[in-house]
Design a protein around this ligand. Structure first.
Ligand code: DAH
Length: 353
């Protein structure tokens, strides 16, 4: 063939001819003839490749690539046709499609944004030496309330609208019961996190859902202090939100800690200037925390004067909303793929669950 002046459209023509010859080759012999005609030592494409040197240098790489790609596709087609012939397909209609086209990509999912945030949070605490503990979602009133120093009939129980199964059994309203369950089975020192689902009889709105995720933290040893609590919480906030985030503790009340605090961090939206999201305070609440109440140690079977400890509890949904600027907690439960797929890109920590 006259290979001078080879160009892209000529190559396309060549490929078309080759494709149709291959697809209609009745047997291996004629297939081999076609192969030699295009790919053999004096084959059309071999000569075309050799003639590239005659082209202006700027055109050579593109034409070279095109020729190589065609050669590869032709080889694939030939293999495919060989199998067809071997299958007795030689007499059938030629394969109507082009098997060298890339396949359709399959639908692939990704981690839920809550799962992703939880993995990040776990990785941070594992790095600080915490390990994982778990507890049941259907819980005894005893662990959810009584052993956490919520006396029976006490109004503090009303702050957590509870789904009761019966008088003694409920859907846990918090992950705090894992504290007592874990201490019953393990001697100090201990350092655990316990993420999981919790339930409250709330009317859903942008910041409330009837089920959500919490994560509890508990550290018990000799001489654990508020300073240790502040240190771990600050390290966590910096690791998750960046070292510019500031942390403050506000006095609060929880029955199972004394003293108790609510922890705020600088508002992510206005960086502390004050904006509608933080109600102009510059701060956003991220967790409750405090020093474990001696009564809780007693319920767990520890001698309260021999140990001290801190605990904290945070809403994972809330942390995810803060980190990713999500405005409505219900989006995390709706399973709307258009919303969730936004979070499928980017690094997902390899930490085991
Ligand atoms: N369980 C509390 C709640 O759901 C959160 C909490 C506050 C957990 C203080 C703690 C803590 O461990 O020390 O509101």
């Amino acid at each position: 063939m006259q290979s001078e002046g080879i160009d892209s459209s000529k190559l396309e023509e060549i490929e078309k001819t080759a494709t149709s010859k291959i697809n209609t080759a009745p047997d291996n012999e004629s297939l081999e003839e076609v192969r030699i005609g295009f790919l053999g030592r004096k084959g059309i494409l071999t000569l075309a490749l050799r003639s590239i040197g005659k082209l202006p240098p700027a055109q050579r790489p593109a034409i070279g690539n095109q020729i190589n790609a065609i050669k590869q596709r032709i080889n694939t087609l030939i293999e495919f046709r060989k199998n067809e012939i071997a299958d007795g397909g030689g007499d059938e209609e030629p394969y109507p499609g082009d098997p060298s086209l890339p396949g359709r990509s399959c639908w692939e999912g990704g981690p839920h944004v809550l799962h992703k945030v939880l993995r990040e949070i776990k990785a941070i605490f594992y790095g600080m030496g915490y390990s994982l503990a778990e507890g049941p979602e259907v819980e005894l009133d005893y662990y959810n309330f009584e052993a956490l120093n919520f006396p029976p009939e006490h109004p503090s129980r009303d702050t957590q609208d509870t789904f009761y199964v019966n008088r003694d059994i409920l859907l846990r309203t918090q992950t705090s019961p894992v504290q007592v369950r874990y201490m019953e089975k393990h001697k100090p020192p201990l350092r655990i996190i316990s993420p999981g689902r919790v339930y409250r009889n709330e009317t859903p709105d942008p910041s409330h859902a009837a089920e959500f995720l919490q994560m509890e933290g508990l550290y018990v040893d000799k001489n654990v202090s508020l300073a240790d609590l502040r240190n771990d919480v600050t390290y966590f906030v910096h690791a998750l939100f960046g070292s510019n985030a500031r942390v403050r503790f506000r006095p609060h009340f929880f029955p199972f800690t004394e003293p108790s605090a609510e922890v705020d961090m600088t508002c992510f939206a206005c960086k502390g200037e004050g904006c509608p999201i933080c109600q102009k305070t510059g701060w956003i609440e991220i967790m409750g925390a405090g020093m474990v109440h001696p009564n809780v140690f007693k319920y767990a079977g520890y001698a309260p004067d021999s140990v001290t400890g801190f605990a904290f509890g945070m809403g994972i949904d809330r942390i995810a909303m803060l980190k990713y600027g999500i405005d409505d907690i219900r989006r995390l439960l709706n399973n709307d793929i258009r919303f969730l797929s936004q979070f499928w890109n980017g690094p997902v920590s390899e930490v085991q669950d």
